[in-house]
Ligand binder design. Structure first.
Ligand code: SAH
Length: 349
């Protein structure tokens, strides 16, 4: 098995492509030595393109109101224990200004699907950010919207959109979401975003309930064919007030292994070491960077709401000021030989 997996890793390193069956073998057959070899190739690939730099994105969690009821998510609408909040335009712009002075040149506005954030309102916010800071990129992560809405937000100046596909396996998708949500529609949204001209990010959770090596292989094949600019992956972590409360979290090991695989599928991809990875292990984000990730997204949300944007239990970085978070990330990266840069951090073509 080891020999077969080693051959697949070398093939992936050269051709950036495997069949779905080969991806599945790569996952099922992995062992310590294969993982080590894969990680070294992923880091080498990443360094050839991005050297030892790490891009930072300021994450602003604009609302935890959500009309959806995703079974894994702590801010799902049926979690009545969730204390709901939404930021005002002034709150958001204040976070951006503070982030700018801390060296951020990309701001990610993320939230639940909250009808309060109409196109008009979001266009106003995007306009204000871009006119105040023309050298910055704006990334949106606000779930599924209409094509017209995506177009208006793009025309207002949004540069990038993150919409994790969650799983490329339709049967699996249906086990993670209520019947009113559709796999086809989520995938359709990703196509629209691409067509409109956004830099697009997809992604999935590692170790989500009912996930199999076969569904992960579909995720990898999807990433290969869709060829996103960004890909957000992090371990699934149970939230106590969801139907998946009793499920196991995803592991650091498999998450890092998949980060390396994704780096080899698409060498120039923007790949974050996520907060969820930092939550399951105290050095999870460092391990992610050392597996081929090149982006970190520190939290810039106002301290007063940090704990309320609780997608999963025990989320880290909910108690520190933004400036402290940035200092902490810089120190963590320096300790492992990487440098955080003040840059929009666009994908290198
Ligand atoms: N409403 C937006 C943003 C969702 S939150 C959207 O639909 O895109 C961002 C991501 O957090 C989700 O896409 C999901 O992959 C992840 N997430 C949600 N619950 C999680 C959990 N319990 N553990 C780990 N990641 C989770």
């Amino acid at each position: 098995m080891d020999k077969k997996v080693n051959e697949l890793i070398l093939k992936l390193n050269e051709t950036h492509s495997l069949t779905e069956a080969e991806y599945e073998t790569l996952i099922i057959g992995r062992g310590y030595f294969a993982g080590d070899m894969l990680r070294k190739l992923a880091v080498k690939t990443r360094k050839e393109i991005y050297s030892d730099t790490v891009f930072i994105r300021g994450l602003i969690e604009i609302s935890n109101f959500c009309k959806n009821d995703c079974l894994y998510c702590g801010i799902r609408r049926s979690n009545s224990a969730c204390k709901r909040y939404r930021l005002s335009d002034d709150d958001i712009l204040a976070c951006v200004d503070e982030g700018y002075s801390l060296g951020f040149r990309t701001f990610v506005l993320q939230g639940g699907e909250d009808a309060h954030f109409t196109d008009d309102r979001l266009c106003g916010i995007i306009n204000a950010i871009k006119s105040g800071h023309p050298d910055c990129a704006v990334t949106l992560s606000l779930g599924e919207r209409t094509k017209e809405s995506y177009r208006r937000l793009f025309e207002a100046g949004a540069d990038r959109y993150l919409l994790r596909h969650e799983t490329a396996d339709k049967v699996h998708y249906e086990k993670l979401h209520p019947a009113e949500m559709s796999f086809e529609h989520r995938m359709q949204c990703l196509e629209w975003l691409r067509e409109i001209g956004y830099q697009v990010g997809c992604g999935f959770m590692v170790g989500s309930p009912h996930q199999t090596a076969s569904s992960l292989a579909k995720d990898l094949k999807f990433i290969e064919s869709f060829s996103p600019d960004m890909c957000g992956i992090g371990p699934f972590i149970p939230h106590s007030a969801t139907p998946f409360a009793g499920c196991d979290a995803g592991t650091v090991e498999l998450t890092c292994y998949l980060l390396s695989v994704i780096r080899l599928i698409k060498p120039n991809i923007l790949l974050p070491a996520t907060t969820a990875l930092g939550t399951v292990h105290h050095n999870g984000r460092e391990k992610g960077i050392e597996s081929g990730a090149n982006v970190i997204m520190p939290n810039l949300s106002p301290l007063s709401v940090r704990k309320k944007y609780e997608l999963y239990d025990n989320k880290i970085c909910t108690g520190e000021e933004s400036a402290q978070c940035v200092q902490c990330i810089k120190a963590r990266m320096e300790r492992i030989g990487y440098t955080v840069v003040t840059d929009r951090g666009d994908i290198k073509k």
